[in-house]
Design a protein around this ligand. Sequence first.
Ligand code: HEM
Length: 195
Amino acid sequence: MNATVEISSLSQRLKTETSHEHDRMEQLMEKAQVFANKTNYAQHTLAQYYFQQDVENLYRHAEVEKIIPDLDVRGRSQAALQDLEDLGIEPQSEEIATLNVGYPEALGWIYVSEGSTLGAAFLFKEAQAKLGLSAEFGARNLAAYPEGRMRVWKRFKQALDDANFSKEDQDKVIQGALDGFSRFGTLLENLDQLR
Ligand code: HEM
């Protein structure tokens, strides 16, 4: 029997090996009834803001900047902060969950944030239809990047794959992604308590 060894790209491994966490996020979002009213939506926006702060803290790694040279077009914490202002909320916490996250794990966290811009297309429509929000008021953090969601996403995946990480380093990126999902999951599980 001929054994064929399939070597997956990092982007493919990330998708496959974190898909159970993605499913869990969808379930948590459903449970939180994010679009049922503005209060729930505002708490979800707080979660987005805190998560984006965690992720953007990782942009400071020089190695991250080398692999992902277009970091300046990414990240949505300022958009989320403006949305919170629209919604009359001022974040009370300055805690950053990624102070001890190193490289290349940092790339896994950024993967979670960048990938979430795809699902955000659906969330953006809900925010518009159910709550009357827009890219100019309250739902900036869910709006597409000016260049378009898919284009910016594909460029991100390509950059990860072009880095040619060893299997061991790929494992670390995947662990970072699992940790990122875990952090967002904790925020979603505790939406009511976020201030
Ligand atoms: C109701 C909530 C959500 C929906 C409906 C949703 C939906 C989607 C969809 C449609 C895609 C594109 C799949 C594809 O083209 O292959 C996607 C990708 C992705 N989403 Fe979500 N999503 C949700 C929540 C989240 C959350 C909360 C996160 C992270 C915090 C997240 C992270 C990701 C990631 C990382 C990808 C990229 C997967 C890949 O590697 O291709 N999603 N999502």
